[in-house]
Write a protein that binds this ligand. Sequence first.
Ligand code: FES
Ligand code: FE
Length: 396
Amino acid sequence: STTTDPAGLITEDWRIHGSIYTSQAIFEEEQRKLFHGPWLYVAHESELREPGDYKTTHAGIQPVIVTRGADDGELHVMLNRCRHRGATVCQATRGNANFFRCAYHGWTYRNDGPLRGMTYDDAYPELDRSKLGLVKLPRVDTFAGFVFASFAEEGPSLEEYLGNAKPYLKIISEQGPEGIRLSAGAHQLSYGGNWKLQVENTIDNYHFGFVHRSFLDVLADRIGQAPPIMQRIMFDESYRTIDLGNGHSVHEFGDPRTGNNGGQLGDLPFNLIVFPNLCFVGAQLRHVLPKAANRTEVQLYPMLHEGASDDYNEAILRTHEGFYGPAGMGGPDDVEIAFERVTDGMQATEEDWLVMSRGMHREREGENGTLIGHSADEVPQRAFYRQWRRLMGAAA
Ligand code: FES
Ligand code: FE
């Protein structure tokens, strides 16, 4: 079930068409409209401290290298694609290098992009080598240490784009005596389902008591009583979800200004979604990488505290592994139920409209154009799809 009008896949009363998760045509349109123009998260500065540092990741489905120039010390984001016959020129996840050598025929590129050398280079007199550098994304900018890039030469600035999400990103970056670092690298998991399922599930508090039932049982066993998580989520009025605008949203379950003091070790008192594919949950950053309509990769980075003791950071890592990691008490349940069972159910195309209206009647206006709802309301999902509809409805 596909349609040529993606913007028509969401009704006024928040019914969502199932093809949003299954159609490869819609996936490709998303790549053009969501992932080829608007700002995209690519790295955190702690991964790129020294000249020559680099990491590889993806901007949408496109492979990119993020580097700190060996000579200029500036951040560069370029396509990881050899100008000869298209092989990726950098295979490693991260490292430090002055240049990259393509594995196919050995052309080399400086780590800030320009072509450095061709092997046996007497056979291309017609080529202008100065035009054969790695293709750069025209705009790169940082906010609070988070590095974003855009394929568009012009458009809103990064700060305009982040808007109401900025104070939360700042709080995240200011955890720990000297900020955060992603030096532990990432756990990686992939699942057979659409990328938006992981983003939506980041702030879907409604699911917790059902999908994570076995985790709650184990917890109850350990502490001798049922943990009050679901009561809080369903009835605690101080817990709230907020549509921050531009597709971003947050779930506050403590005072955001208390930083990490509100929750368990390393945990923030809020979860955050930065449209389209950057999420913060507990003490981790999740970078959601779309691969195909029914294929997604997720990189889970524990955020360590710079300047904190080794014991403290060690404990953050254990918490990360214990619940969120691919072998944790929570991660696999989300993959199986929230992502793969949904994908399976979505193969049934009769009556394809789904419900995303929970709490719609009680959304209330907050400051700066925000919309506030209860903890388990589908406010973050609607925030996401308001922006999705806006971008997908725009002319290509
Ligand atoms: Fe890179 Fe040939 S594809 S050198
Ligand atoms: Fe979950």
